[in-house]
Design a protein around this ligand. Structure first.
Ligand code: NAD
Ligand code: 9ON
Ligand code: ZN
Ligand code: ZN
Length: 344
């Protein structure tokens, strides 16, 4: 089968021919219908050899969907021929967090060598993918897999961050979204769909801000050293009750810190390497900072239901598997509008 793999440090993704995998006991094989590209793939592929821990070759694709085409021994509750989305942050399945479906916070996954598809385990950017357990599949039903595959990460991650800040999303409050790319443009829609907050979108790129406006941002600002002052002006000097930073670089975290209101919350979602100091003299009174990771199994169901009811609509650029390298190059350059999705 064809697969998009990262094979050599520094060389970027390649389209290669590899053996089609067979499902072992308890596993499920999907014929992939769609696989999304995430900026984290570039975080991984840009790591120097001494910091790289994902194994080589690595079949990419941690946003995946497919049709069940073969069941391993003992699999129950999964329909052959059914269309499913893959829940990516796999955990041990047994601990307190996993029992709640919050496998994204499983404290045992690392020690047990459990890694998400596309981030250690062979991913979905291939003609077939193996899923380790039926609990990691969510039925898509009538949802178009290409239009919705990115909800497994670009939807689930902002949904998880936003839901945890629900108490700060009251009418009259302001939410800032920094980075209106794959995650950000879905995050804006989630904020609009589940709350009455005013949304301010911030990006470096005018085209991304145009998309932000199109999907529901009330205000857009070009990212720079004065952004926090502009947010203060738009909020009558108070700042924003929530800031979702989908970049996470030092300049955007500095903006988030300067823009957050008293008793507000900053969510550092992007993995741009920046840090935020919190403390009595460093942050406004009561302000909190959080670095959320992906989302829970039930939240994936909720975000798919939100798509079903028309609350979110991912802006998708489609690519064939042979064009995956070109799609990754566009993502690296920052010229993907919404999310790039490979359709094998
Ligand atoms: P993307 O490339 O689609 O979007 C990033 C956006 O940020 C682009 O629109 C870009 O123009 C904008 N941007 C870059 N620098 C900026 C700056 N200084 N100020 C304002 N905007 C800026 O990326 P994505 O796939 O949406 O991922 C976003 C980030 O989230 C990445 O760092 C990714 O690795 C991370 N991520 C984290 C999690 C998690 O669980 N915490 C999950 C998925 C992705
Ligand atoms: O899901 C993603 O995009 C992030 C959280 C992956 C980060 C990583 O390297 O495991
Ligand atoms: Zn991702
Ligand atoms: Zn666990």
């Amino acid at each position: 089968m064809k697969a998009v793999q990262y094979r050599e440090i520094g060389k970027g993704p390649e389209v290669v021919e590899i053996e089609t995998p067979e499902p072992g006991p308890g596993q499920i094989r999907l014929k992939v219908t769609a696989a999304g590209l995430c900026h984290s793939d570039w975080f991984v592929m840009d790591l120097p050899a001494d910091q790289y821990s994902y194994g080589l070759p690595l079949t990419l694709g941690h946003e995946g969907a497919g049709i069940v085409d073969k069941l391993g021994d003992g699999v129950e509750g999964v329909e052959l021929g059914g269309s499913y989305a893959i829940y990516g942050p796999w955990g041990c399945g047994q601990c307190h967090a996993c029992s709640q479906g919050r496998e994204n916070y499983c404290p045992h996954a690392a020690e047990l060598g459990i890694t998400p598809p596309g981030l250690g385990t062979p991913g979905a950017m291939a003609e077939y993918v193996i899923v380790d357990d039926a609990r990691h599949l969510v039925p898509l039903g009538d949802l178009d897999p290409v239009e919705t595959v990115s909800l497994t990460d670009a939807g689930l991650t902002p949904y998880h961050a936003i839901r945890s800040a629900q108490h700060k999303l009251y009418p009259g409050a302001t939410a800032v979204v920094i980075g209106a790319g794959g995650l950000g443009h879905v995050g804006i829609q989630i904020l609009r769909a589940i709350s009455a907050v005013t949304v301010i979108a911030v990006d470096l790129n005018e085209e991304k801000l145009a998309l932000a406006k199109e999907v529901g941002a009330h205000h857009t600002l070009i990212s720079g050293p004065d952004t926090a002052d502009e947010i203060k002006k738009l909020t009558g000097g108070l700042g924003a009750e929530t800031v979702f930073d989908f970049v996470g670089a030092q300049p955007t975290i500095d903006t988030a810190k300067a823009a957050v209101a008293i008793d507000g919350v900053v969510h550092i979602v992007g993995i741009g390497g920046g840090t935020m100091q919190a403390g009595f003299f460093a942050t406004p009174m009561g302000a909190a900072v959080r670095a959320p990771y992906w989302g829970s199994r039930s939240e994936l169901r909720e975000v798919l239901d939100l798509a079903r009811s028309g609350g979110v609509d991912v802006h998708v650029e489609r690519y064939g598997i042979d064009d995956a390298v070109e799609a990754y190059a566009k993502l690296h350059k920052g010229t993907v509008r919404g999310r790039a999705v490979v359709v094998p």
